[in-house]
Design a protein around this ligand. Sequence first.
Ligand code: UT7
Length: 332
Amino acid sequence: MKRSRITGLGFYVPDNVVTNDDLSKIMDTTNEWIIERTGIKERRFFVEGVDTVSSMGAAAAKIALDRAGKKPEDVDMLVMATLSPDYFFPGSGVLVQRELGLRKIPCFDVREQCSGFIYALSLADQYIKTGSVKTVLVIGSEVQSNVFELSDRGRNMSVIFGDGAGAAVLEAQEGGDSYILSTHLHADGGHAEELMLEHPGSKLKERISPDMFEKGMFLPHMNGKLVFVNALKYFPEVIREALAYNHLKVSDIDLFVPHQANVRITHAVQKEFGFPDEKVVSNIHKYGNTTAASIPIALTEAWEEGRVKEGDLVCLASFGSGFTWASALIRW
Ligand code: UT7
């Protein structure tokens, strides 16, 4: 039976480091508030004239391909997770394809926000298992800071989210013990408007007009408390689902790589499962919440630090806008 193995990882973050103190000079916030509520010390914002979702995704992908010993012509499929594509259409997948010089392969854009990377990973895994493709590039990339209002009105979003990209190369293999054991995807559109960017969209059944900018309809909106409460419910649920599906125990997990939503969410899940610190990857203090990019960035950093070893059981999990939530168990 064919299975998918992750053979290369890479990430890219913009050079523009924005500290909490930088933000406190332009809006009513403080370093203390941001650290206490989120664990974030600094984040990266795109460099104007340099970084886009596709350029950052391609940069991360080049590193991942190189580490996998693969060339652009080896890639059979690309799955790109982003909520902030370069254009409203077409998707950013084809732009990465063009930038990397990939063949005329299928290129998907996957939304699913904070769960985007696991959704993309799952899609790639299914295609590999059916034998239709052998090598897939999976990318999570976001430029979110270009729509934030860097003012008091936008502070509840702009202090949390950041920009960056991460990528993984998946390869088909027969036999062997290192592969993606399973992925588990969920959604509940009942809370779609609790974390969203309303425009440009068709839901209001109105033509776009200049006053919509003034009303903030082009700004992201988040009901932070509701998102928080649901994250605490669904993170554990989807991790338990993955463990039960594979007849594994909590203690079998060697490394937990959660979506970097908020350090308080990570700590709550860590406490619930009794994970020691060395089993949990947390880098939100450096990059903030990079949505679809957060898991591949965190996984790549952990791998670079030697925290992911052959035979380890790695658990990925996410929760975010949609609501969507997901998990993946990987035997490294
Ligand atoms: O990736 C998945 C998507 N997002 C998440 O996972 C985020 C989940 N939610 C959260 O992380 C938290 O709800 C937040 C960090 C967003 C907010 O923390 P909170 O403890 O829920 O704060 P709050 O929204 O209830 O606001 C508390 C106070 C309010 O002031 P009052 O009404 O108590 O006077 C806010 O106006 O903090 C104020 N506030 C701020 N103060 C300083 C809100 N944003 C800021 C800010 N700086 N940036």
